[in-house]
Design a protein around this ligand. Sequence first.
Ligand code: NAD
Length: 504
Amino acid sequence: MTILTDTLGTEPADRVALRDHTVAVGLYLGGAWRPVAEGPTFEVVNPSTGQVIARVADGSAADALAALDAAAAAQEAWRDVPPRERANLFHAAHRILLDRADAIVETMTLESGKPLAEARGEFQLSADFFLWYAEQIAHLHGTYAEGSRGGYRIVTTHQPVGPSLLITPWNFPLLMIARKAGAALGAGCTVVVKSAKETPLTCALFVEVLHDAGFPPGVVNLVHTTHSAEVSAAVMADARLRKVSFTGSTGVGSTLLKQAAPGIVNASMELGGDGPFVVLDDADVELAARQAIVCKFRNAGQACVAANRIIVHEAVADEFTRRFVELTRALTVGDGFAPGVDVGPIISAKQRDGVARLVAALGEIDSELLTGGSPVEGEGFFFEPTVFKVNDRDNDVCNQELFAPIATIYTVGSTAEAVRVANDTSYGLAAYVFTQNLSRAIAVSERLDSGMVGINRGIMADPAAAFGGVKSSGLGREGGHDAIYEFLEPKYLAITVDESTGLE
Ligand code: NAD
């Protein structure tokens, strides 16, 4: 294949030059990058400047089915690769990933806008997740038991579910693909990855790492597209697909579950969240305020685990609010490449307009705007970190995932009320509780309807932890000991044993 470097002239090219590196912009099917000139393309925009930084192949439903052809053809051989050999490929990929850290980090900042320090943090966590799965591959075990009434033995083993569709969002462009692909490939499943149209370049760099590490053709396939609904529907309807792993909004997750139903396709769903952030009357207020800042404004609030409703006991509400607003005002908003920037842009102009509408809606209920509230003038899609004190909880705008740099603070009169308010949501992903009393922390955590609880901390993603939600926030877990089993089916072998044999 001729490798051309796109200077964003008139001719489509197979690689785009970004800062000091280049990125493949074609679809990756059956072990090769398909020349971009063979199909339509779409533009990738840097949200800090509004400038087009790349043109990427725009895959169709037929392309996604070609990716599934490749994944299905490679499945049997991939499943038979011995664990040690598969783990060796993972370790090779991990080394290449670390070698390319700067290129990947800069690409994340270019296409998602997140500040370099956040992109570095995401890179490190993603590499750690990949390493976690690499270490797990050679240690997957089944069970052995005696039949209840004797006469046979029960051996439980695990087999890969089969070809899997991995659909990722734009807000954590590397972490989401590393976490999903690590588990799927580690389990012995082949994959079709559908990137998010806002951040296809980070996905491409990740897939290139796997290619260069020697993952066999067809084991990993990558489709970029602006026609997600059509592309996913075609793959979901194909009987060869055995698993879908999705991270994104609850609405799209629900659509995919409906598509999974006819063929009983195995599904893991990491969906939206409502992050209740509870500060009790005996909390370390300074710690709570600082952690709330990170939990709320990381990724400009565009995180599923972000503090969505900050629920503070009235005894510390004034002190907490004063400090939180002070810290919010000290945040620097700007291009993620500029030194000292804390908060990057909103992902698109459309999304930024949505943030402005949310602010207007919050302004119309019984609330007080304490800081921020406006888009930032000039190039890019920036919005001021915004804080509202909200007095009226029974309003639709208080019952949705904000997914924006908008903090809402609610005051409650007791711990029981804090728990009631925290649970008054259809979501159940991450919750947070701040108290200096350990028994209370545990008692409250046990009553919060969520898949994860941060106790006196606002960040908790870790490769060794099971990440996921309950209620409308999802099904299944990513990370931790059990995550790889999301891509494995248990198989029970009943083995007849004549207990007297050999004992005569
Ligand atoms: P989204 O649901 O719009 O998009 C996510 C992915 O789904 C993208 O790749 C998109 O192209 C694709 N998609 C869109 N419509 C589709 C369809 N009809 N069929 C198949 N695929 C489709 O979400 P988003 O705006 O990219 O991300 C934000 C949402 O993701 C938020 O709700 C956030 O909470 C959630 N999220 C959850 C987690 C988690 O681990 N629970 C992590 C990150 C983001």
